[in-house]
Design a protein around this ligand. Structure first.
Ligand code: PMP
Length: 363
C-alpha cells in the first residue's frame, strides 16, 4: 500500500469516500461473499442482493432514527428527478406547493415544480446573493407541502434547524449535500431526499425517505418509475435498481456506524468546518467567506481571495500540494472547500496550513 496515491479530495460531489469503504469494495469486487461473482454480476432478486439492500435500509434506519411509519427508497434519476416526482406525487391537481429559495438548488427545484402545477415561493434570498436565511416566510396554510434545501451546495448555506411549516403542511427536504452529516428528527419531515454522491456513496442512487400518509397521496396512473407507491411497495425492486451504488451506500452506512453514529460524525464535521472558518476569519480579509456567519455550512465552504488571478494561482498551487477540487462554482466564483463526512480532520488541517502559507506568500 505504500505506493498508494490518495489526495485530499474537496470535490463537491461526487466527492471523497472513506478509504476503508473503497478498500472493502476492492477486496470483495471479484468474489462477493463467496458467490464467485462480483456484486455487479448477481441478480437483484438473489438472496445476496436482498441482504445488501435490506441491510443498507436497516443501517440507515438505525443511523437516522427513522420511525416505522416511513418508507426508505433507493431510486434512480438523481436528486433532479425528485424535483419532479415530489410535485407529481404529493401535490394534488389544482393544489399549490410552497418553496423556500436559498440557493441554486432550491431555485432549480422550483423551476421543475412550476412546469407541473401551481407553485408559490415563500421566500427568496437571491437579491441578497444567497448568503443566508430568509428574514421571514410567506407560508400558505393550504400548501400541499413546504419544500426547502437543508444545505445549498453551491452557496454554502445550511439549515441546522428546519423551518416550521403551518400546522398540517408537510415538510419536504432536499438533503443531498448534508445527508447523514448530523442527527435530525425525521418525524418532523414528510419526505427527505438525497442524491448519494456527497456523503452517502457514489452517484447513481437517490435515497428517499417518505412518511406513509404521503405515499397514500400518490395519484393513480403515474408512470411506474415516477410512482412512489410502486417504488415503496416493491422495496425499490420494481425494476433493476442501481445494485452497485446501493451496495456502496451500504458500506458507507456501516462505516458511519463504526464512527459512532451521526452525533460523533457531526462533532468531527464541526471540528473540520471550524478550522477552515477560523482560517478565513483570521486572515484579515484576505479570505472572504460567502455565507453569513449564522448560515455557514459545515459541508461546503465557498470563499473568495482578493483577485481572480490569485484564485487561479491558489487552485493550481493547492493541486500541486495534493489538495484537489477547490475551485468554486462559476456562479459564486472563487474557491469552495467541500468537507463531507469522509474528509478527515487531517485533510481540513492540511488545507488550513496551505491557506496560511499561501497568504504569507501572496498577502
Ligand atoms: N440538490 C442539491 C443540494 C445538490 O447539491 C445537487 C447536486 N449537486 C442536486 C440537488 C442535484 O443532484 P443530482 O445531480 O443527483 O440530480
Amino acid at each position: 500500500m505504500s505506493d498508494l496515491k490518495r489526495v485530499y479530495n474537496f470535490n463537491p460531489g461526487p466527492g471523497t469516500l472513506p478509504l476503508e469503504v473503497l478498500q472493502q469494495a476492492q477486496a470483495e469486487l471479484l468474489d462477493f461473499k463467496g458467490t464467485g461473482m462480483s456484486v455487479m454480476e448477481i441478480s437483484h432478486r438473489s438472496k445476496e442482493f436482498e441482504s445488501v439492500i435490506q441491510t443498507a435500509e436497516a443501517d440507515l434506519r438505525e443511523l437516522l432514527g427513522i420511525p416505522a411509519n416511513y418508507k426508505v427508497m433507493f431510486l434512480q434519476g438523481g436528486a433532479h428527478l425528485q424535483f419532479s416526482m415530489i410535485p407529481m406525487n404529493l401535490r394534488a391537481a389544482g393544489a399549490s406547493a410552497d418553496y423556500i429559495v436559498t440557493g441554486t438548488w432550491s431555485k432549480t427545484a422550483v423551476k421543475e415544480a412550476q412546469k407541473l402545477g401551481a407553485t408559490h415561493v415563500s421566500a427568496n434570498t437571491e437579491a441578497d446573493g444567497f448568503k443566508g436565511f430568509p428574514a421571514k416566510l410567506d407560508l400558505d396554510p393550504k400548501a400541499a407541502y413546504l419544500h426547502f434545501t437543508s444545505n445549498e451546495t453551491i452557496h454554502g448555506v445550511e439549515y441546522f434547524t428546519e423551518p416550521t411549516p403551518p400546522a398540517g403542511v408537510p415538510l419536504v427536504c432536499d438533503a443531498s449535500s448534508d445527508f447523514i452529516s448530523h442527527p435530525i428528527d425525521v418525524s418532523k419531515y414528510a419526505l427527505i431526499y438525497a442524491g448519494a454522491q456527497k456523503n452517502a456513496g457514489p452517484s447513481g442512487v437517490c435515497i428517499v425517505i417518505e412518511r406513509d400518509d404521503m405515499i397514500a397521496r400518490t395519484p393513480a396512473n403515474l408512470p411506474v418509475m415516477l410512482d412512489y407507491k410502486i417504488m415503496a411497495e416493491s422495496g425499490s425492486l420494481h425494476n433493476t435498481p442501481p445494485c452497485f451504488a446501493i451496495y456502496m451506500v451500504g458500506l458507507v452506512l456501516q462505516w458511519a456506524k463504526k464512527q459512532g453514529g451521526l452525533a460523533a460524525i457531526e462533532k468531527t464535521n464541526k471540528t473540520k468546518a471550524d478550522l477552515v472558518y477560523k482560517a478565513i476569519d483570521e486572515s484579515g480579509g484576505f479570505y472572504r467567506g460567502h455565507a453569513k456567519p449564522e448560515a455557514r455550512s459545515r459541508m461546503n465552504i465557498p470563499f473568495r481571495l482578493p483577485s481572480e488571478e490569485l484564485e487561479a494561482t491558489f487552485a493550481s498551487e493547492a493541486k500541486k500540494n495534493d489538495l484537489i477540487g477547490l475551485k468554486g462554482h462559476h456562479s459564486v466564483g472563487g474557491m469552495r472547500a467541500s468537507l463531507y463526512n469522509a474528509m478527515t480532520v487531517e485533510g481540513a488541517q492540511a488545507l488550513v496550513n496551505f491557506m496560511k502559507e499561501f497568504q504569507k506568500k501572496n498577502g
